[in-house]
Design a protein around this ligand. Structure first.
Ligand code: PBG
Length: 331
């Protein structure tokens, strides 16, 4: 062993490799690149001007036209993908706006696909909470419980509708048991074997979804703890991810990201498919709010946040900063 400190001071000096930007670049263990970032976007039916989301400064509910522009820009920047969320003009108990070619999300998929072709992977949220008047991710029984198996049938229809609209990747996010298997079967039976599944596998019942509720005009009745995971559980997240891979998931996701970086690491080590992590609305809002108060350096905090998620083991990161981060990385 080398003496840690000789008469001339420390022999081992980790600071040698931190001295210049070029040396730091040489030994950087983790990279952050535009291709690793997926931009989530909201499109709202029946509006003619984009509508700002108060709790997510800089994020809007898009019109069909401005969504196309955002998608073209995302392609131009070389992002890894765009994840679409639709907000229907009318919500009902069954989330009827989610299925059928005229549903806003399916219309938006068509619009975006026509705009970007194969230059940018087009992804869509596959869940009912944006479409139901009660705000839950599935159909309710008469007593108000979320009905797992009845919901699966609707997810299958949604998947087929999204595939018909030209989606490249569907993102089931409702945490119903068996959802990946049912969606895979439905896609294959509908001649859509090429459509990939990015499964929201380890999805936690999180307080950090708050701003998303405003983003999709959702007034949730009750909570989601009977289907989203307990924040206390990490092993359960690994189990969910492994189940989804068995059922045919092409990629798996951990969500939220920052409060669950240990789960990201554990899932990365457990599966052999790409792992995504979703830097969600509340995580975005925290940084934006602190930066707006002048309490943190906004751009540095954005890049550090995204890098930390990559370092934890995420291959790709869903982030509302995707386009901005890509621009920062070009500098
Ligand atoms: C469900 C879904 C949610 C988010 C993405 N997909 C909301 C939820 O499960 O409560 C949240 C994303 C965010 O908070 O940024 N369709």
């Amino acid at each position: 062993m080398i003496e840690p400190a000789g008469p001339l001071g420390p022999v081992v000096r980790p600071r040698r490799l931190r001295r210049t930007p070029a040396l730091r670049r040489l030994v950087a263990e983790t990279s952050l690149e535009a291709r690793q970032l997926i931009l989530p976007v909201f499109v709202r039916e029946g509006i003619t001007e984009p509508k700002p989301i108060g709790s997510m400064p800089g994020v809007v509910q898009h019109t069909r036209e401005t969504l196309k522009k955002a998608a073209a820009e995302a392609a131009e920047l070389g992002l890894g993908g765009i994840m679409l969320f639709g907000i229907p003009a009318v919500k009902d108990a069954r989330g009827s706006g989610a299925v059928g070619p005229a549903g806003i999300l399916n219309v938006a998929i068509r619009d975006v696909k026509r705009e970007v072709g194969d230059a940018l992977p087009v992804m869509a949220d596959l869940c009912l909470d944006e479409f139901t008047d009660h705000g839950h991710c599935g159909l309710l029984t008469r007593s108000g419980a979320v009905d797992n198996d009845a919901t699966l049938a609707v997810y299958a229809d949604m998947a087929v509708a999204q595939a018909a609209a030209g989606v490249d990747v569907v993102g089931p996010s409702g945490m119903m048991d068996g959802q990946v298997a049912v969606i895979r079967d439905a896609l294959d039976a509908a001649d859509a074997a090429d459509v990939a599944i990015l499964a929201y596998s380890a999805k936690y019942a999180s307080a950090f979804y708050g701003p998303f509720r405003e983003a999709v005009d959702s007034s949730l009745q009750g909570d989601r703890r009977s289907y989203q995971q307990d924040p206390a559980n990490a092993l359960e997240g690994v189990r969910e991810a492994m189940l989804d891979v068995e059922q045919g998931a092409d990629m798996v996701m951990v969500k939220p990201a920052l409060a669950y970086l240990d789960v990201v690491r554990a899932v990365r080590e457990a599966v052999d498919v790409p792992v995504a992590a979703y830097n969600i609305s509340g995580e975005y809002a925290m940084v934006e709010a602190a930066a707006a108060n002048g309490w943190i350096d906004r751009e540095a905090a954005i890049l550090e946040t995204l890098l930390s998620i990559r370092r934890a083991g995420a291959d790709v990161v869903l982030t509302y900063w995707a386009a901005e981060a890509a621009r920062l990385l070009q500098r």
